[in-house]
Ligand binder design. Structure first.
Ligand code: KIV
Length: 268
């Protein structure tokens, strides 16, 4: 069943995303630039995330930790210049959520006002519920992010699956419910055990959009460069389906161009 709530409204809102729960799976991808956002939007995805994964996928960092609010604002604005009808969510980068509540509100306002995104995403736990309430009260739509939180990789040591053991399952449920109660319009779940994801999805009234969480969530999100096969060297995580090998296509076009210039076949 293809339900298209965007037909009525033109521009997707957080309500559009909420209404998709229990109707059909939500489709979301990341984008960090004008062209990719234009193409993703033409493919009628529901939500575009300007993720801090821009750091590892496009800026050459080893993790998302070096990504700053200035960088995020720049990439958010590049995406929103494409005027997507999909909901555009901007990621709050490393360190911002550890600041004072006024600074956090300021950071979110910057992505909304300068980056012109429709909503912000925060890696969060139940402890962040009070600040999320404050953000929502200030008119800032918030997408929470639970499970594997890439901004904590320096503490975690490595990326891994969450929610396999009872203690972690209880923690995830507590986080999810607290973030929902604080006013999040949805949650991203990353690398959560598939069975526990199913339970979380059933417990929540808001949608849980998964990455590496199996099929039982309310939607899926993938990092666009992973699903496009953009990186010639980097193998994407095992849960990713690589839909094309765009990196190889770009490489072959560059090689052909190089040869034609050297052989004086271009320009004619
Ligand atoms: O930054 C990002 O791309 C993300 C996704 C992995 C959900 O947070």
């Amino acid at each position: 069943m293809i339900l298209d709530p965007m037909e009525k409204t033109g521009k997707a809102t957080t309500q559009t995303i909420l209404q998709l729960k229990n109707n059909r799976p939500i489709v979301s991808v990341t984008a960090y630039d004008f062209l990719t956002a234009k193409i993703a939007n033409a493919a009628q995805v529901d939500m575009i995330l300007v993720g801090d994964s821009v750091g590892t996928t496009h800026l050459g960092f080893d993790s998302t930790v070096p990504v700053t609010l200035d960088m995020m604002t720049h990439h958010c604005r590049a995406v929103t210049r494409a005027k997507p009808s999909a909901l555009v969510v901007g990621d709050i980068p490393f360190g911002e959520m550890a600041k004072s509540s006024d600074s956090i509100v300021e950071a979110c306002c910057r992505l909304i006002q300068e980056g012109q995104v429709d909503a912000v995403k925060v890696e969060a736990s139940f402890e962040d519920a009070p600040i999320i309430e404050k953000l929502v009260k200030a008119g800032i739509p918030v997408l929470g992010h639970i499970g594997l939180l890439p901004q904590t990789v320096q503490v975690l040591g490595k990326y891994r699956k969450f929610g396999k053991v009872k203690g972690e399952q209880e923690q995830l449920l507590k986080d999810a419910i607290a973030l929902e109660s604080a006013g999040c319009f949805g949650l991203i779940g990353e690398m959560i055990d598939a069975d526990w994801t199913k339970r979380l999805t059933q417990e929540l009234k808001i949608p849980l959009i998964g990455i590496g969480c199996g099929p039982a969530c309310d939607g899926q999100i993938l990092v666009s460069s992973d699903l496009l096969g953009l990186d010639l060297d980097q193998k994407p995580p095992s849960f990713v389906k690589v839909y094309d090998k765009i990196g190889e296509q770009i490489h072959s076009a560059f090689v052909q161009y190089r040869d034609e210039v050297i052989n004086r076949n271009f320009p004619k």
